[in-house]
Design a protein around this ligand. Structure first.
Ligand code: PHE
Length: 340
C-alpha cells in the first residue's frame, strides 16, 4: 500500500474509534510490532541510500502524525466516558428540565375561596342535582306553569318534564324538605340556560345559592353577611347597595350592586360610568316557598323566616381577575388557563 493511502486510512480509523479498546487495536494495526507502518519502516533498510533518506523522512513524519492523532482521540474518548460517541452528546452537567405542574381552574379557585369565607361564617356547603324536575326548578319556587316569570329563565328541557336546572334555587326546596331550621347553607353548582352566547352570557355557568333560616333572620343580617363576604373576597372596602328586584320566590326581593372594583366607584367602562356593578339577586324567602318545603312560617307567631341569595361565580371571577369574556372559562385555551 502506498504510504499516503495508509496515512488517510489510519486517520479515518482513528476518527471512527468508539472506545479505548478500538483505539488500541488501531495502534497495533499501524504501529505495533507487526504494524503496517512499522513494517514499511523496517523495509526501508533495503533501499538505496538516497531513496532511503527521502522515504525515511516522510515515513517518520507520518508516524509522528499518527501518534499525535491517536493521543488526541484517546483524550477525547476519556473525557466522554470512553464508551463511545453517543455519550459525547449528553451533557451531564446541564440543569434538569422543569416539570410543569397542573393547577386549578380560575372558577375552582373562586368557588373554593367563596366556600371558605361562608364556612367561616357558619354556612355548610350543600349540593343538588343538575338535572331537575319542573316542580323543584319552578313550581315549588312559586313560579307556576303559565306565569310570565318563567320567561326569565330560558330553559333547556329534557324528556318527561325534566330539565337542566336554570338556577341553584331548587336546592333550597330539597334541603328544607329534609332539614329542620335553623340552618345556613350555600350551594355552589353548575346551571344552564338556553341563550345566545356573548361576552357576558354562556349556556352554562356557575351559581352559588345562599339560604339562612332562623327565628329572627332579617334583611339586616343578610346585608351584614354579604358585606363581610365581599370585603373578604376582594380584600378591599366594598360599598353595597340594595335595589328592589323581583324574583317570585322572595318577598321583598333585591338586586345587590357593589361599588365598581375597577374604578373604586368613580365611573369607568366596566360599570358603564355608574360606579356600581350588579352582582346578585336576593330577598326574604317567600312564605309559599317555605310552605312548599314543609316549613311553617307564620308572621303572627314569629315562626321560621330567612333570606336567600344567588351569586354568579363566573361574574365574581371576572371581576376578581379582570376577565372581559365569560366564554374564556370554558374554551380550554391553555394560554388563558396557564395564567392562574
Ligand atoms: N335564582 C336567581 C337567579 O337565577 C337568583 C336568586 C336566588 C334570587 C335567591 C333571589 C334569591 O337569578
Amino acid at each position: 500500500m502506498d504510504i499516503k493511502e495508509l496515512r488517510i486510512k489510519a486517520q479515518e480509523d482513528i476518527k471512527s474509534a468508539q472506545n479505548l479498546d478500538e483505539l488500541n487495536k488501531i495502534f497495533k494495526k499501524y504501529l505495533g510490532k507487526r504494524g503496517e507502518l512499522t513494517l514499511i519502516l523496517r523495509s526501508l533498510k533495503n533501499l538505496p541510500d538516497k531513496q532511503r533518506k527521502e522515504q525515511g523522512r516522510i515515513t517518520n513524519k507520518i508516524k509522528q502524525e499518527i501518534e499525535t492523532e491517536l493521543q488526541n482521540q484517546k483524550q477525547r474518548l476519556q473525557v466522554s466516558g470512553s464508551t463511545g460517541k453517543f455519550q459525547e452528546s449528553i451533557d451531564i452537567s446541564a440543569p434538569g428540565r422543569k416539570i410543569t405542574i397542573g393547577h386549578l381552574h380560575p372558577l375552582t379557585l373562586v368557588r373554593r375561596q367563596t366556600e371558605e369565607i361562608f364556612q367561616n361564617m357558619g354556612f355548610s356547603v350543600v349540593e343538588g342535582p343538575e338535572i331537575e324536575t319542573e316542580w323543584y326548578n319552578f313550581d315549588a319556587l312559586n313560579i307556576p306553569k303559565d306565569h310570565p316569570a318563567r320567561d326569565a329563565w330560558d330553559t333547556l328541557w329534557l324528556k318527561n318534564k325534566l330539565l337542566l336546572r336554570t338556577h341553584t334555587s331548587p336546592v333550597q326546596i330539597r334541603y328544607m324538605q329534609k332539614h329542620h331550621p335553623p340552618f345556613r347553607i350555600i350551594v355552589p353548582g353548575r346551571v344552564f340556560r338556553h341563550e345566545a352566547t356573548d361576552a357576558s352570557h354562556d349556556v352554562q355557568f356557575y351559581h352559588l345559592e345562599g339560604l339562612m333560616i332562623g327565628k329572627d333572620v332579617s334583611v339586616a343580617n343578610f346585608r351584614a353577611i354579604i358585606g363581610e363576604f365581599f370585603q373578604k373576597f376582594f380584600n378591599k372596602d366594598i360599598k353595597i347597595r340594595l335595589r328592589p328586584g323581583f324574583f317570585p320566590f322572595v318577598e321583598p326581593g333585591f338586586e345587590i350592586d357593589i361599588s365598581c372594583i375597577v374604578c373604586q366607584g368613580k365611573g369607568c367602562s366596566v360599570c358603564k360610568r355608574t360606579g356600581w356593578v350588579e352582582t346578585l339577586g336576593a330577598g326574604m324567602v317567600h312564605p309559599s316557598v317555605l310552605k312548599n318545603s314543609g316549613i311553617i312560617s307564620n308572621s303572627m307567631t314569629g315562626r321560621w323566616q330567612g333570606f336567600a341569595f344567588g351569586i354568579g361565580l363566573d361574574r365574581l371571577a371576572m371581576m376578581k381577575y379582570k376577565i372581559d369574556d365569560i366564554r374564556l372559562f370554558y374554551s380550554s385555551d391553555l394560554r388563558f388557563l396557564k395564567q392562574f
